[in-house]
Design a binder for this molecule. Sequence first.
Ligand code: C5P
Length: 223
Amino acid sequence: MTLPAIGIPVITIDGPSASGKGTVAERVAVALGFHFLDSGALYRLTALSALKHGVVLDDEIRIAELAATLPARFHDGGVWLADENVTDAIRTETVGEGASKVAALPAVRAALLDRQRAYRLPPGLVADGRDMGTVVFADAVAKVFLTASAEARAERRYKQLIEKGNSASLSGLVADMRARDARDTARSVAPLKPAPDALLLDTTCMDIESAVQAVLSHYRSKQ
Ligand code: C5P
C-alpha cells in the first residue's frame, strides 16, 4: 500500500460521463501547474486490454491481473499500451461500455488503487473520475462533483462523435448515458456519488471556462 503523500495537495473532480470533468480537470491542472490523472483512462485501458486478450468482461480474476500489470503510459497528450498508441481506441463507445463493466469488479478497483495514488506528486494533482473524492483521495484538499443533465451530456458526446466523423444517434446516446450512470451509481464498490464535503457544480447551462474558474476559486477558498 502506498503511503499517503502528506502535504501534496489534491483536487478531485468526480461526476458522470460527459459531464465535462476531464476537460475541466485538465485545464485546472494546467492553470496550477499540477499533475493530472484521468482515472477513467485506466479503466478504459483495462477493458481494452481484456478485449484484446479475449478475456470475458466478468472474469474478475483475470481482469484484475491485467489491471495490475497494465503497461500504460501517458505522454504528449496521448495514451499508450506498451508500444501501441491507443489514444483513440480507448474512447470508443464499446470500450467505454467495457470500462463501466470492469469497473464494477472489486478486485479490479483494488488492483488500480495504488497505481492511481502514485500520481500524487509535487507540486500537486488534479484527479478526475467517479471515486476520487470518496475513496482514492479521500483526504483531498478540494473536492468537486460535476453534473449535467443526461440530455446535455448526450448532446456534448454527440457533437464530439460527429466532429470526429463518426455516426451517432442522439436518443441512443441518452439511453447509453442513463444505463452507464445507473451501473456506476448502483454498484456496491465505490459507487458514483458526491463526497459529503464536495462542491456540487451543475454544468448543464455553464461553459467550460466558468466551470474551471469555479473549481479554482473553490480550491483557493480551501488553502
Ligand atoms: O470517465 P470515463 O468515462 O473515461 O470512465 C469510463 C468508465 O470507467 C466509467 O463509466 C466508470 O464506470 C469507470 N470509472 C470508475 N471509476 C473511476 C473512473 C472511471 O468506475 N474513478
